[in-house]
Design a protein around this ligand. Structure first.
Ligand code: 4AZ
Length: 291
């Protein structure tokens, strides 16, 4: 299947994309350069306070350290993709190697609040297996809660009302904006994408699990490398705050016809039920139910 799901550190992606770019240059292709997250627009400051950047801890600008997106779901918990937080052997990375910036819009700025990760605070879904796509969700427990930033709301477990085909959702991230070249923006971008049926999604991806995933996107409107772990959310009539329906997981390329983006579904009751299968997962679930 070739679902592009490189551990999304900027270096490896840039290298891969640069190679692709070189190959394309050699055959002198002139495909129109798509723009945005893919096909999206810039996000104004503070539009999505729950938006979180996952960073390699170290010196230098967050612009060079960001490798995945995430969302604040309690004052001291963020949700992201499992594939963002495992090494080549499938083991969770050490909390000390990571940092998050919560409530930031421009990566190179000092917006929002930066936090370290608690000891034992990298919690990968117990059913996530490296090399497979399902259960691509993980949590980071922050060393100290953020102050005055509202977490995003989650869907009621077991309801698929928010992921009915044809409905539109917003996906946001600092991922690649171009289908040909590596171009990672400093300012957060967003794009509106239609949700697809499980049947449509199954025809695109072998191993697609309708119990824990959904698909969204059209040709030219998609998430891409670097957007992984970030939010896809909906605003519903009569409610001001958005609801986080999923996490950016994988796809075959970006913005290509017949290859929509795949998202881990946060309304999946199976996803939450099976989180219990590890002690750390159980803790996360309890923390979530207390909020
Ligand atoms: C990635 O590798 C990735 N088009 C994320 C989203 C999509 C493809 C790849 C969806 O981070």
């Amino acid at each position: 299947m070739n679902s592009t799901r490189i551990p999304t550190r900027k270096t490896s992606i840039a290298a891969g994309l640069a190679a692709t770019g070189a190959a394309l240059a050699m055959v002198a292709t002139s495909a129109p350069a798509a723009h945005a997250i893919i096909g999206g627009t810039e996000v104004p400051n503070d539009a999505y306070p729950f938006m979180t950047a996952v960073l390699d801890k170290g010196p230098g600008s967050a612009l060079d350290r960001q490798f995945c997106g995430a969302s604040l779901v309690t004052p001291d918990t963020v949700v992201t993709a499992a594939h963002c937080l495992v090494d080549d052997e499938g083991k969770p990375v050490k909390p000390k190697t990571l940092q998050v910036a919560v409530g930031r819009t421009v990566l190179s700025s000092r917006q929002g609040q930066v936090r370290d990760i608690a000891k034992g605070g990298v919690v990968v879904h117990p059913r996530y297996l490296k090399g497979q796509e399902a259960y691509d969700v993980a949590f980071l427990q922050l060393k100290k809660p953020v102050r005055g930033i509202s977490p995003v709301a989650l869907p009621t477990q077991g309801t698929d009302a928010l992921i009915r085909p044809g409905q539109k959702a917003t996906v946001a991230g600092w991922g690649n904006t171009d289908t040909e070249l590596p171009h990672t923006p400093d300012r957060l971008r967003q794009v509106r994408v239609p949700i697809l049926s499980h049947a449509e999604c199954r025809t695109s991806y072998e191993g697609y699990d309708a119990k824990v995933n959904f698909c969204a996107g059209v040709e030219t409107k998609d998430s891409c490398q670097g957007d992984s772990g970030g939010p896809i959310f909906r605003k519903v009539p009569g409610r001001e705050a958005p609801i986080l329906i999923g996490v950016v997981s994988y796809g075959d390329g970006c913005g290509a016809q017949g290859a929509p983006g795949v998202y881990t579904s946060l309304s999946s009751s199976k996803l939450w039920k099976t989180l219990d299968e590890s002690p750390s997962g159980k803790k996360i679930k309890r923390a979530m139910n207390r909020r």
